[in-house]
Write a protein that binds this ligand. Structure first.
Ligand SMILES: [Zn+2]
Length: 88
């Protein structure tokens, strides 16, 4: 995956529920082109925490069950790994 592969959408500013980093964009890492929808997963650009867009497109922490599913998802693991490689 490269930056050129990502489609980025502006979102309402919201803080990561794990670390508080305010985010106002989301990039698709799964090849889809659409804007975020309820239930979509987001990886925080600062802490790589797993977040989920709620019905109002606000970020919430992924639940324990969701985290277990995500850890088994190669696309999620790849996105989380990519964020962790970013220089701070
Ligand atoms: Zn975060």
């Amino acid at each position: 995956m490269t930056v050129e592969d990502l489609t980025t959408h502006e979102t309402a500013a919201d803080a990561c529920p794990w670390c508080g980093k305010v985010q106002d964009r989301a990039s698709n890492a799964d090849g889809k082109a659409g804007a975020p929808e309820e239930g979509d997963v987001s990886v925080c650009i600062r802490c790589a925490g797993a977040c989920v867009f709620d019905a109002k497109l606000k970020l919430r922490k992924a639940t324990g069950g969701e985290l277990a599913e995500l850890r088994a998802n190669p696309a999620f693991r790849k996105a989380q790994w990519a964020v962790r490689q970013l220089e701070r």
